[in-house]
Design a protein around this ligand. Structure first.
Ligand SMILES: [Zn+2]
Length: 105
């Protein structure tokens, strides 16, 4: 991991350790926002934007899938449907379905 590495929308512009001795990357997102992110989350692909990507996904989902339908999605997922199959049914990406399922309330 070094300065100049790119993870999704995030470009690493600095690296330091916090008081808990964890490695933190100072990143700048493609949208222009700066954010400090655990190196671990970048390496394992958990963080790929400052949060703007998730906001875009949510906006896209909300325009296509009303929140009342989410329980249908969870049921389909629990009964073994893939993210991809559910996404096709609702006309959204598999990432969108995964996002809904990962953020079950
Ligand atoms: Zn961003």
């Amino acid at each position: 991991m070094e300065k100049g590495n790119r993870y999704g929308r995030l470009l690493v512009i600095g690296i330091y350790r916090n008081s808990a001795n964890r490695i933190i990357c100072k990143c700048v997102c493609d949208c222009g926002k700066e954010k400090d992110i655990y190196a671990y989350n970048l390496i394992n692909g958990k963080s790929t934007s400052c949060g703007c990507y998730q906001k875009e996904v949510i906006t896209k989902i909300n325009t296509k899938i009303p929140i009342e339908r989410y329980s249908d999605i969870f049921m389909k997922r629990d009964s073994g449907s893939t993210y991809e199959a559910i996404g096709r049914e609702y006309g959204v990406s598999r990432q969108a379905i995964k996002y809904i399922c990962d953020n079950k309330r």
